[in-house]
Design a protein around this ligand. Sequence first.
Ligand SMILES: Cc1cc2nc3c(=O)[nH]c(=O)nc-3n(C[C@H](O)[C@H](O)[C@H](O)COP(=O)(O)OP(=O)(O)OC[C@H]3O[C@@H](n4cnc5c(N)ncnc54)[C@H](O)[C@@H]3O)c2cc1C
Length: 368
Amino acid sequence: MYFAILMKKANASHDITVYERNGPDDTFGWGVVFSGKTLANLRAADEESHAAITRAFAAWDNVDVVHGEEKISIHGNSFSGIARLQLLKILQQRCQELGVEVKFRTEIPEMETLRNSCDLLVAADGVNSTARKQYSDQFRPSLDIRPNRYIWYGTNKLFHGLTLTFRENEAGVFAAHSYKFNQTTSTFIIECDPETWNPAGFSAMSETATREYLERVFAADLQGEPLLSNNSKWINFLLVKNEKWFFENAVLIGDALHTAHFSIGSGTKLALEDAIALFECFQETGTIGDGLVRFESTRKPVIEAYQAAAFDSMRWFENAREYMHLSAIELAFALMTRSGRVDYDGLKRRDPEFIARYEARAGVSSER
Ligand SMILES: Cc1cc2nc3c(=O)[nH]c(=O)nc-3n(C[C@H](O)[C@H](O)[C@H](O)COP(=O)(O)OP(=O)(O)OC[C@H]3O[C@@H](n4cnc5c(N)ncnc54)[C@H](O)[C@@H]3O)c2cc1C
């Protein structure tokens, strides 16, 4: 939808149709989170949707790390959360205003007929992309099913800030990624390694029993608020890459093309920025063939750098049990520096007080 908005806005004579198997109000999951930089990119691309998105936002600057009895806050970060459904509604509205046709409840089971009927097929069909499967000889995807499982809940307990909570029980270690995304609701994603998931017995547990089990694990954090399910199920994270990004007149964008672990919070950001990059490549080159070549050659290095950072972050969570012996402040430092995108000096600039506490606890010298 975002790519369609940008193309139609640039030239109203473009004839663009979006096909969506779901209805306009169906969505999985709860909220998504964006960084300040993503918002600047969205503003530059389309002020109208940016204004609607930021009106609907919950913004914060802290990452909170909860371990044992302690909560450590690290300030100086810039994040915002929005309900996934609300974001979709804003994009749907913008499509309507500009005259992009969105055909809901329309499954595309087979891409070739559609591809032959249009100048350009942009397959933004998600992590289980039909286009990627049907044209796998062309795109040459690699799919890596990761060992950790996660489950995406909501809750009315409000977590002000991106809150990473670690809890242990007899089965093992659970990590929750939570943040408020509107006045009443937070996203609450729980993940655990197979060494925890198997002994906990989730494979034989009903959805209700699973939810109740996890409410007990995070009882101190949820403070009596239930976990809210939206057809929530355990999933293994799937790491998607593609050797080729396009062929002839077909191109992949978003999760169909690449995934990045949710602990770096940027799957939706990357999908939207793909749309911006693809649009700009067409503006700059003026032809579909040249635009697609430029898209792959300029965007791929950016995505590879993101995926590398997200990979380190994902591995950290896969190995979270190895960090549980640390004090809360040491754990917070390890977490903040996990993907290599933030280092000691960067943290010191963001939140000198946090670094002072870390040094005092860990006995680290400030002479670096
Ligand atoms: C647990 C979890 C937490 C996440 N948290 C965040 C977060 O905090 N921030 C963030 O930025 N991202 C987050 N993400 C990632 C984010 O959800 C995805 O990266 C993002 O939705 C990708 O957008 P997309 O448009 O590529 O794919 P999708 O959002 O998956 O959209 C694809 C669409 O195509 C439709 N479709 C698919 N196949 C067909 C077909 N054959 N015919 C018709 N329609 C079809 C689907 O119905 C769907 O609506 C999270 C992901 C997970 C799993």
